[in-house]
Design a protein around this ligand. Structure first.
Ligand code: HEM
Length: 200
């Protein structure tokens, strides 16, 4: 049996971070429609408010995401140095995709940090900054799909198990965003019709 390498561990940690960040976007979409676990599924109160769960999952996901490139430092084949992890402009291997990974990380860090300071920023300015999460997610899915986990610069095998997981996460976010947008416009139409005194 082949032994597990630092790159294998880094890859698994990257996938875990991606799933957690995907879940966080899905949770954020539910927060935006005032999801209430008592009236919706699972019809009971959660141990903490849902928006708090969303925030904590975001912090935890970022904590996990830090380890993904950091573990590469322990690989003799990856040849990453600390500078390549922090700013991969001259990193070895798949430089472009490494840079997309770093951009993903810094964009999500921006989203999480600005959310922490939400009370000081006030709702509307904060909300605009929060849309960066969609850009960060797009970068994450491109990075996760196109990078060769074996660092051999091979073209992506879109049917490989790990890549299928990235694709499923991407499709889940696209589907949920479309649902959220349609839910919003339906609610607007309902509100406008009610304001105009029409029977609905
Ligand atoms: C929020 C930040 C990040 C997320 C969610 C993320 C996620 C992922 C995912 C899903 C994969 C594919 C794993 C596979 O196909 O098995 C991957 C691979 C990879 N990522 Fe990231 N990544 C992030 C940041 C970074 C950063 C900052 C770097 C380096 C500077 C980086 C370097 C790599 C490398 C070299 C690979 C291929 C080897 C491996 O899988 O470890 N990533 N990443």
């Amino acid at each position: 049996m082949d032994s597990i390498t630092a790159i294998d561990i880094s890859s698994t940690v990257g996938l875990i971070a991606m799933v957690m960040l995907t879940l966080n976007i899905l949770m954020g979409l539910l927060v935006s429609v005032n999801y209430n676990p008592k009236t919706w599924w699972p019809h009971r109160k959660l141990p903490m408010p849902f928006w708090k769960l969303h925030n904590w999952n975001g912090y935890l996901a970022m904590g996990v995401a830090v380890f993904h490139p950091a573990i590469l430092l322990f690989s003799s084949t990856a040849k990453f140095k600390i500078g390549d992890v922090l700013l991969p402009l001259n990193s070895p291997g798949q430089r472009l995709y490494n840079n997309l990974g770093a951009l993903t990380f810094y964009s999500f860090l921006f989203v999480v940090t600005t959310s922490y300071f939400r009370p000081q920023l006030r709702y509307r300015p904060w909300k605009k900054l929060h849309y960066v999460a969609y850009g960060a997610a797009a970068l994450m899915y491109v990075h996760g799909t196109l990078i060769d986990p074996n660092l051999k610069n091979l073209p992506t095998d879109f049917l490989d198990g790990e890549k299928v997981l990235v694709e499923v996460c991407f499709l889940a976010v696209v589907a949920a965003s479309i649902w959220r947008w349609r839910y919003g416009t339906e609610k607007q139409r309902f509100g406008a019709a009610r304001a105009a005194g029409k029977a609905i």
